[in-house]
Design a protein around this ligand. Structure first.
Ligand code: CU
Length: 225
């Protein structure tokens, strides 16, 4: 090898910069914007969007958080939460009635559950001049949970306990923006409370800025409040 040839082979500053840029592109976080439509074709809020990349790579579990769910005017607020696995949830009762928080796996698993399954909290009625009663629960199992109250059958809510960072609830425009995805093929699954039939997964190609519309046969809930 001549010295000259050797010189030519040496990577130039430009080549090094290009290599870094390329590396940056490969590692670049991609975004998928998912719009979920109800049976009537209108945006569906509060649907849980779960993106499952074909090659998730070294996926990090989402960091646990401290979440809050309140009981107010005979309702759970919020009605649907996406909370990372291992998080602690603070439940508070702001009403002047006693409430329970009965947490059970959603769907059939919950129907067949024994009394020991899930968790039960008792939150006494609010008393003037005192802090509302509250209790915490740590979510140690991934998947959807339904919340109820033994005293008030209409009090219903859900928590989707996420073991992946790619689980996002749709906003009022029916949109869930899922960030930091690896590029490439992925599946989009949905979870929605009271859903009778599981929606088939949607295959997508995730790019730097990709979007998909997912029509469903889910009925719009009646107008809330
Ligand atoms: Cu209650």
């Amino acid at each position: 090898m001549s010295p000259r040839h050797h010189l030519q082979k040496r990577p130039t500053a430009w080549a090094i910069a290009a290599a870094f840029a390329l590396q940056g592109m490969v590692a670049q976080a991609a975004t998928l914007t998912v719009t979920v439509l109800a049976k009537d074709g209108q945006p569906l809020a509060d649907a849980v969007v779960i993106v499952e990349p074909a090659n998730p790579g070294k996926r990090l579990a989402p960091a646990p958080i401290k979440a809050e769910i309140q009981q107010e005017k005979l309702q759970f607020v919020p009605k649907i939460s996406v909370i990372p696995l291992g998080s602690e949830v603070l439940f508070s009762n702001l009403d002047r009635y006693d409430h329970h928080v009965r947490g059970l796996p959603a769907g059939l698993a919950g129907l067949n559950a024994s009394p020991e399954t899930g968790f039960t909290l008792m939150l006494p009625a609010r008393v003037d001049g005192k802090k509302p009663s509250s209790a915490t629960e740590t979510l140690n199992e991934a998947g959807p949970l339904q919340l109820g109250c033994h005293l008030h059958g209409s009090m219903r809510a859900s928590i989707y306990v996420a073991d992946s960072p790619w689980v996002v609830k749709t906003n009022d425009e029916g949109v869930a923006t899922v960030d930091n995805l690896p590029e490439g093929s992925a599946k989009v699954r949905l979870w929605y409370p009271r859903q009778l039939v599981e929606q088939p997964a949607t295959a997508v190609k995730v790019t730097a800025a990709s979007a998909v519309e997912v029509p469903t046969s889910i009925n719009q809930p009646r107008r809330r409040r």
